[in-house]
Design a protein around this ligand. Structure first.
Ligand code: G3P
Length: 217
């Protein structure tokens, strides 16, 4: 499973990209607003750092508007993926953009039926929102498993991005459930790398090393 960062903050992307684990970035209007940046500017900057797929979301809700915004964003960089919401208008826009060779990430997916529709409309990616499903008492990871099973049985090559990831366990469970990608917020990415026993182990090795070199003196 590949790892994307779910953010529009350049400093977070630079930091995690330096670990060598990042395959792409996803943004949404809330994240771009939080970063206080212009969408187009920030997308170009992110693409230069990551050199992998960067999802940028349309604001329009009608098909023509989504197609126009999608074309406009796709011109910014070859790495841009157009994020389109899961609505009838969004499906129509997905089909139009996909037929023009523009990759689409259908977002706000909360059921396997929606994921199947997105795949049939030509989406390159679908984004089931794990955390938001769990928030309303559903089973976010179970949804990823169901979508993965359907795509496998029917040989659909749309890739599953586990989104709305809230904690490290979501990442592990999404990987086991068959997600192709997990898009992970910065805070969770930092939690993934940490383990108290790693810190204790490093401290103990360094203490032993210091003691041994002092004894030799
Ligand atoms: O990628 C979608 C994600 O940003 C939504 O996350 O935590 O707002 O549900 P959240």
């Amino acid at each position: 499973m590949e790892l994307y960062l779910d953010t529009a903050k350049i400093e977070e992307i630079r930091e995690i990209a330096a670990w060598g684990v990042l395959s792409g970035v996803t943004t949404n209007p809330s994240l771009v607003a939080q970063a206080g940046r212009d969408l187009k500017e920030v997308v170009v900057e992110i693409a230069e750092i990551v050199r992998g797929p960067v999802s940028a979301e349309v604001i329009a809700t009608d098909t023509e508007g989504m197609v126009a915004e999608g074309r406009d964003l796709a011109r910014l960089s070859g790495y841009v993926v157009i994020k389109i919401p899961m609505t009838p208008e969004g499906l129509a826009a997905t089909r139009r953009l996909a037929d023009e060779g523009i990759p689409v990430n259908v977002t706000l997916v909360f059921s396997a039926a929606q994921a199947l529709l997105a795949a049939r409309a030509g989406a390159r990616y679908v984004s089931p929102f794990l955390g938001r499903i769990d928030d309303v008492g559903g089973d976010g990871v179970g949804l990823v498993r169901e979508i993965a099973e359907i795509f496998e049985i029917h040989d659909l090559d749309t890739r599953i991005i586990a989104a709305s990831v809230r904690h490290p366990r979501h990442v592990v469970e999404a990987a086991k459930a068959g997600a192709d990608i997990a898009t992970v917020p910065y805070k969770v990415m930092k939690q993934l790398v940490k383990h108290p026993l790693t810190d204790i182990g490093i401290a103990r090795f360094l203490e032993d090393w210091k003691r041994a070199t002092e004894l030799k003196r």
